[in-house]
Design a protein around this ligand. Structure first.
Ligand code: ATP
Length: 863
């Protein structure tokens, strides 16, 4: 192979320094990609694949796009899950000596985005790191998980039991996950679709971790952050920070703290429950639309929308903290005019949280600072509105809201009213801000006026009235004469170019002015950039104050959203209780209450107490069992988030965990059968639920034979009632279970009422006490259009079964039951014949031959 050119040599060097990334290599006005990168880019971006050195025996595949298309193409590549390194020209090619110096200025990866164009406004974008200690350090068995939103600086870490990892990963849903080289990729990461990035194992070293973190925060120790120094979470956090700094090529001063996360501080909701309850995505298509988050989101700013999603993902367990939110919501709910004014002001605020991040990393655009200025201008009004409120939380928020008047004034004085996005575009700085800039601008403008005057004078002098002044990059300003007037051109014109029907000339006077104009223009643009950069530096000093204010605005937006929901959707303030009770009067499903097409939602009550803690809910298909049990769980979650709830009254005994096993959600992608998934989830509930938990179960045991299913449902109910003692709502089609209320003191029956009219059933969606009288499955099948002969036959079979095969109640014998059903609930199963024979053997009196023969016979009988 021939020697690469110096430029290609530099390309290969940079490429080797950034393994696993697509390299965009700036060449003049283009970004170019080579080799496999070019092939990938051509496929994903729809750009043409060509080659460099076409004539040679070894042409290099190449693809490129103009520099102004960078953002657009970057976002496409990131969405496809690539990491992209952007290599810029660090010198002006016109003045550079030798080859232009090129450096990577940023590595953009799905987890490290800071640009608004690349980020979704309503979602946090997390980069996470997982550390699984090995050897001695692994003794505690905990793993470290840390997560960071680079765009806002939110940085959290946790030491977790390995079993909790999938749930936490699902909750955080990181865009990118760092793991140590050669370690196992967590299954959850694949399911969520996180890009997995391997980092060298030493990046997770514990000793270096504390040093790295304390150096970053400028603190002597990590004591102030309330973290376990020696825990794996700290090592994960350090690895994360290093990667973020590596990719941003910046110091990240907006990351000002590391918060510990402890599972027990929030209402724990596992992955399956989160999915079943459709908290942030629907089960059917995984869309946000139709989820609880979607119908609740009446926030006015992206900061508020993100905070609402956070609150929903991490409801609280601390009664005082929840009550503080409820107080604030109540206060805002009662002050309708102020709430409206507050929400209007919030609608005008810029995404200050992400903007502060861009200011800190020196990537804020002129338009960003314009937005900052307008936002700061709205804060005094918001402070006034808060001043009139009484809730403690609102007063505290007001105290932290800093309108930073100095920053606002500095930006307002310097920036034009509608600054451009690009710093290179010019027109950023206001007239009157810098005398030097004004002078340069006047010169540039004056020069242009002079040129116009010059043209007029020359036209008169030469008698060429069509004389024109033009400009091009090759020889600057010129005079243009059509060929018909060629003879009138005076001596002092120097011809520069001849075109088909015209000629172009320059003159010494024109060149002299051109110099002045162009130099003044250039100087003005670079002075504007200098002034803007200085302004941004000044604003950067206020990043911590801006972040605090951003946090306040985000929280206010959510509280005002909750107040708005309370006022417009008739939500009420729930009473909180430390006892494991749940009492809801006329509760409604928060999503169906809004979205139910064509009809009113029928409210229902729920009353669970320690003495009556398990409710079995029976009723026909489609009656509303699932809706009812889900609505109960959602109301509890809403209350613990700090929201009011869709009901006429509610008392919520604070829960430690919520479990939902709803619907037979296949998980064939994970290679598990429906039944296996169902049993795994059920096992988790039985093992992890406590007296303070809320459990909702929607028909378990459906994926196996009726007897197996019924037996399992039976045993699960007993265990929940006797051992776990969790508040439980169990919707079931096993009518046999309804007899359990005779034996289990804390269990009672509910059913969903239906009315029969003209041989068909009408769903009333009302929950009543007692078990359902019959199953109505065949009626529902009729509604669904199952053919008449099938319905008739089904009715006949049903009658037969009912007569000959009355189901077991309470595990006691029933005279009408068939023999095989008696076997179902027999406490001790028949022993295997082989076992009986084995027990009858006397080894002391067996010859070796007899023993061998018996063994062979036993083996054969086991088939
Ligand atoms: N309280 C209610 N008010 C009005 N409509 C309701 C109510 N509850 C349920 N519905 C409507 O009935 C439909 C069926 O409800 P749901 O899925 O809860 O029934 P189900 O009893 O669980 O049925 P299955 O046993 O087949 O799972 C819902 O989609 C909803 O449109």
């Amino acid at each position: 192979m021939s020697e690469p050119t110096p430029m290609m040599a530099r390309y290969l060097e940079v490429k080797a320094e950034h393994p696993g990334t697509l390299l965009l290599f700036r060449m003049g006005d283009f970004y170019e990609l080579f080799y496999e990168d070019a092939e990938l880019a051509a496929k994903h971006l729809g750009i043409t694949l060509t080659s460099r050195d076409k004539g040679s025996s070894n042409p290099v595949p190449m693809a490129g796009f103009p520099h102004h298309a960078l953002r657009n193409h970057l976002s496409k590549l990131i969405r496809k899950g690539h990491r992209v390194a952007v290599c810029e020209q660090m010198e002006d090619p016109a003045t550079a000596k030798g080859m232009v110096r090129r450096e990577v200025t940023q590595v953009v990866t799905p987890g490290t985005l800071t640009d608004d164009d690349l980020l979704e406004p309503n979602r946090s974008n997390f980069l996470a790191a997982l550390h699984r200690p090995r050897g001695k350090a692994a003794k505690g068995g905990r793993v470290g998980l840390s997560w960071l939103d680079v765009s806002t600086g939110r940085f959290v870490t946790a030491d977790l039991a390995p079993a909790d990892l999938p749930d936490e990963l699902a909750r955080i849903a990181p865009a990118e996950l760092l793991i140590a080289e050669g370690t196992e990729v967590p299954e959850a990461a694949e399911r969520i679709g996180s890009l997995v990035t391997e980092r060298p194992a030493y990046a997770f070293g514990t000793d270096a971790a504390i040093k790295r973190l304390t150096e970053h925060f400028g603190t002597g120790t990590l004591a102030g952050f309330d973290l376990d120094d020696a825990g794996p979470g700290v090592a994960a956090a350090a690895a994360l920070l290093e990667y973020a700094a590596d990719t941003q090529k910046a110091a990240l001063p907006h990351i000002t703290g590391l918060s510990p996360y402890r599972c027990d501080d929030c209402l724990r909701i596992d992955e399956a429950t989160r999915r079943s309850l459709e908290l942030t995505r629907t089960l059917r298509d995984g869309d946000r639309s139709g989820s609880l988050l979607d119908v609740l989101d009446e926030t006015k700013s992206p900061m508020g929308a993100r905070r609402l999603a956070d609150w929903l993902a991490e409801p609280l367990t601390d009664r005082a903290a929840i009550a503080a939110r409820h107080d604030a919501v109540e206060d805002l709910c009662n002050a309708a005019a102020d709430r409206t004014a507050l929400r209007e002001a919030l609608a005008g605020v810029y995404d200050l949280e992400r903007l502060a991040g861009r200011v800190a990393t020196r990537r804020a655009s002129p338009r960003d600072l314009g937005g900052l200025c307008r936002t700061l201008g709205l804060l005094p009004k918001i402070k006034d509105l808060l001043h009139a409120r009484h809730a403690e939380r609102l007063t505290a928020l007001n105290g932290s809201l800093d309108p930073c008047p100095d920053v606002r004034e500095a930006v307002a004085a310097a920036l034009t009213d509608d600054p451009p996005i690009q710093i290179t575009d010019g027109g950023l700085i206001r007239t009157g801000f810098s005398p030097e800039l004004d002078e340069l601008r006047a010169l540039a403008k004056g020069g242009k006026e002079w040129i116009a005057k010059y043209r007029a004078e020359e036209a008169e002098r030469t008698g060429i009235s069509s004389l024109k002044v033009g400009f091009n990059k090759v020889f600057g300003y010129y005079l243009e004469v059509t060929t018909t007037h060629k003879d009138k051109v005076p001596e002092d014109y120097t011809r520069k170019q001849t075109l088909k029907d015209r000629e172009r000339y320059i003159t010494p006077a024109l060149k002299e002015y051109e110099d002045k104009v162009l130099r003044a223009e250039e100087r003005a643009v670079s002075l504007e950039q200098e002034l803007f950069t200085a302004l941004r530096e000044r604003v950067a000093e206020f990043v911590p104050a801006l972040q605090r204010s951003a946090g306040v605005l985000a929280e206010l937006d959510v509280l005002a959203c909750f107040a708005h929901l309370a006022a417009t959707r008739r939500y009420v303030r729930p009473e909180l209780s430390a006892e494991p009770v749940l009492s809801i009067t006329a509760g409604r499903h928060p999503v169906l209450d809004v979205l139910r097409p064509g009809g009113e939602f029928v409210p229902n009550d729920t009353t669970l107490t320690p003495a009556d803690r398990v409710h079995l809910i029976t009723g026909p298909n489609m009656a509303g069992k699932s809706t009812y049990i889900r609505q109960t769980a959602l109301i509890l979650i809403l209350a613990q988030c700090g929201s009011f709830v869709p009901a006429e009254a509610a008392t919520i005994g604070l829960a430690d965990r919520v479990f939902a096993r709803v619907g037979a959600g296949d998980d064939l992608g994970r290679g598990q059968s429906t039944f296996m998934v169902e049993m795994t989830e059920t096992a988790r509930i039985l093992n992890a639920a406590t007296e303070k938990s809320l459990v909702i179960l929607d028909e378990i045991g459906r994926g196996t034979s009726t007897y197996d299913g019924l037996s399992l449902a039976w045993a699960v109910t007993e265990h929940l009632h006797d051992a776990v003692k969790a508040r439980t709502l169990f919707a079931t089609h096993y009518h046999e279970l309804t007899g359990l209320d005779k034996d289990l003191a804390g269990l009672s029956n509910r059913h969903v009422a239906v009315a029969e009219r003209d041989g068909t059933i009408v769903f009333l969606h009302t929950i009543r006490t007692g078990p359902a009288s019959q199953s109505y499955g065949i009626h529902v099948a009729k509604l669904a259009g199952v053919p008449r002969p099938v319905l008739d036959r089904a009715a006949e079979v049903l009658r037969g079964l009912e007569e000959g095969a009355a189901p077991a109640r309470n595990g006691h014998r029933n005279g009408r039951r068939k023999e095989k059903q008696i076997a179902l609930f027999r406490m001790e199963p028949e022993p295997h014949p082989a076992l009986v024979r084995l027990k009858g053997l006397d080894p002391d009196h067996l010859t070796p031959m007899e023993a061998l023969r018996t063994l062979a016979e036993l083996r054969d009988s086991a088939h």
